[in-house]
Design a protein around this ligand. Structure first.
Ligand SMILES: Nc1ncnc2c1ncn2[C@@H]1O[C@H](COP(=O)(O)OP(=O)(O)OP(=O)(O)O)[C@@H](O)[C@H]1O
Length: 250
């Protein structure tokens, strides 16, 4: 088994003549919560898009469990166990909380039966969907419309829908964006529980959350890796303070 469940080697993405991601080599240890941070425009989202194969790199490689998965396609990457947090779209807002998770479960089985025509097929998934909802603290709200949920609960639903795909590596894109203090505490607890049996790579702007949750941190600036390590070290690095944290704590 490879030490690093996820690695990038010299990952580079150019848009025209502009390098949004330049020579980024990440090493994410199995079971860790690894945060990717950096100022606006540092290349974090582009990195995520490259890792999940939503974008094709200009050069460089992505390795999952030691296997080169560069360019194999987003759905195949997901089937191999690396899943990006599932964003609940407007369409899903009109469905119940339970239906949202059930449909996410269905995505895994899409080749085994025709779920659009089989209401019983969907019911079959109710048990597992309820387990997942219970796990994220939403079981009591299963029959409510997803659009009625508070922002924090919507995020918990997104996480339940993502877990339905049984990822071993979970990519979370700004899980705390737009949340109040109470929701942040709830979602941070949830992320910690999820990480007990999975690896998490997370882009997050809230540095106290990053400090609290992360085992390791990679700081990006202008598309390049500026520093990598534990929060206590990285946050003292003068280059990091200059490029990022200085701005945040000014
Ligand atoms: N499709 C694209 N075409 C051209 N330039 C792009 C494209 N996508 C991103 N960029 C540029 O690449 C750079 C990195 O953007 P990216 O969104 O990856 O940064 P980020 O670190 O996620 O920023 P933020 O924290 O603001 O979300 C930015 O300068 C951005 O304008």
């Amino acid at each position: 088994m490879a030490d690093f469940v996820l690695e990038t080697r010299n990952l580079t993405k150019s848009f025209g003549g502009f390098k949004a991601v330049s020579d980024v080599s990440l090493q994410v240890k199995r079971g860790n919560i690894h945060a990717l941070i950096g100022p606006n425009g540092a290349g974090k989202t582009t990195c995520f898009n490259l890792i999940t194969n939503f974008l094709t790199p200009t050069s460089g490689q992505i390795l999952l469990d030691g296997r080169n998965v560069t360019g194999i396609g987003a759905s195949q990457i997901a089937r191999m166990g690396m899943v990006r947090s599932f964003q609940i779209s407007a369409t899903f807002g009109s469905m119940t909380v339970l239906e949202n998770v059930r449909i996410a479960l269905q995505r895994r089985e899409v080749n085994t039966f025709n779920f659009w025509s089989s209401e019983r097929g969907l019911d079959r998934l109710n048990g597992r969907a309820m387990e997942l909802l219970d796990w994220v603290g939403l079981a009591d709200l299963a029959q409510r419309s997803a659009s009625e949920l508070s922002y924090g609960r919507r995020r918990a639903l997104e996480i339940a829908a993502t877990l339905a795909q049984e990822p071993s590596v979970l990519l979370l894109d700004e899980p705390m964006a737009g949340m109040g203090r109470e929701d942040i505490r709830t979602i941070a607890d949830l992320i910690r529980r999820i990480s007990a049996s999975r690896t998490i790579l997370m882009v997050e702007h809230n540095l106290s959350v990053v400090a609290d949750l992360s085992d390791r941190i990679t700081v990006l600036a202008r598309g390049q890796v500026l520093a990598e390590g534990v929060y206590a070290e990285v946050s003292k690095n003068p280059d990091v303070i200059d490029a990022y944290m200085g701005g945040q704590h000014a």
